[in-house]
Design a protein around this ligand. Sequence first.
Ligand code: DLL
Length: 431
Amino acid sequence: MNYFQPEMECASREAMRALQSERLRGIVRHAYDNVPFYRESMGKKGLTPDDIQTIDDLPKLPFLVKDDLREAYPYGLLAVPRADVVRIQSTSGTTGKRVVAFYTQQDLDRWEDCCARAIVAAGGSKEDVVHVSYGYGLFTGGPGLNGGSHKLGSMTLPMSSGSTDRQIQFMCDLGSTILCCTPSYAAYLAESIVASGLRDKIALKAGIFGAEAWSEEMRRDIENTLGIKAYDIYGLTELSGPGVSFECAEQTGMHINEDCFVAEIIDPETGEVLPEGSKGELVFTAIAKYAFPMLRYRTRDICVLHRQPCSCGRTLLKMEKLMGRTDDMLIIRGVNVFPSQIETVLLQEGYSPNYQIIVDRVHHTDTFEVRVELTPEMVADTVKEISKREDALIAAMRSMLGISPKITLVAHRSIARSEGKAVRVVDKRKI
Ligand code: DLL
């Protein structure tokens, strides 16, 4: 199968709108008939599926937010019989409850097709050796790019992250040509390759980097160090995973796979839909996935959409690099972290909720520290006891977040109290 698909990727505006409207009618009917949540939320607005005929009717539909997914945990939004689900993936939720996304075989195929298109847009073909160093497991990065690479017929190295020496060895020995990982891991790998003196032994030509924000400066740095072209890729678990949008060689924004996802930009305060070119919150409706329908899902990502002609020939709408979020979610080494999760752990472990999260980026790698106040009862602890407490907190954080912060226990009342909103997060990264 060819994964440059001009009938979709270069379709005329009219043809794409017609396809999107047809798919939208189908998914709205499916969600309404099979998910009580959608029936109720549409009912509250006096809507039935007949009211949604074209994508111009989208703004009539209510929004869906992350809290709705959390409340529906685990099966509340499932829209197909359990027996038709072949896979789940998952991501962190706002207060520790995870979001679980479900896939039918057809949903998985469509997701992998989107990832295959991204690899082709980065110059990939079946001749390539695709080195996937995103995490595997519940995180969508590894499984998504792995699936896309398989679809394309490329030799796929399911490396996952970590074990940098082994990554470099395989890269040299097997001739990896396309690297897929988070931009911060790419930068770290690049430094390690140079330090190992093996820069001339690698055959990499491209990288597909996403899951977290990265600057143009960081892109040029990675490109120059590794001698590759670095492409951005965007996605989120709720919408399948990576491949919602991807960059082409023009590197002026990411093309949205519009045959699968309809994008809107809204004013995050009022919910009003803004015209193309405005900065606002990105809202997606997934029109081609059935197990876990997402109608007007508020991503909390801030972005601008534009539809200028692209030299690659694709007519797919483009989204610019993300400009931040409307909530307090942090992305640290590619992992989504909510301050509320950290607070939950501290309270469970017997600490007060006086803490501060300090994030920085040193040599392109995120550092992550949590400063926690000892309670008055703990102040008399010995150094050995304090060090044991720190280890226990690191383990509890790791189990909640999937990554370990550096824990610094500080004296009672030493974290500055604020009169207004507490300053819980100090993010020193310049992205
Ligand atoms: O990060 C999926 C993914 C995996 C995308 C691999 C790209 C590559 P989640 O863990 O659910 O899914 O996190 C989704 O990550 O709402 C954005 O805030 C952020 N994000 C994803 N891609 C980018 C990117 C995956 N290219 C959240 N640039 C999203 C900036 C990104 N932020």
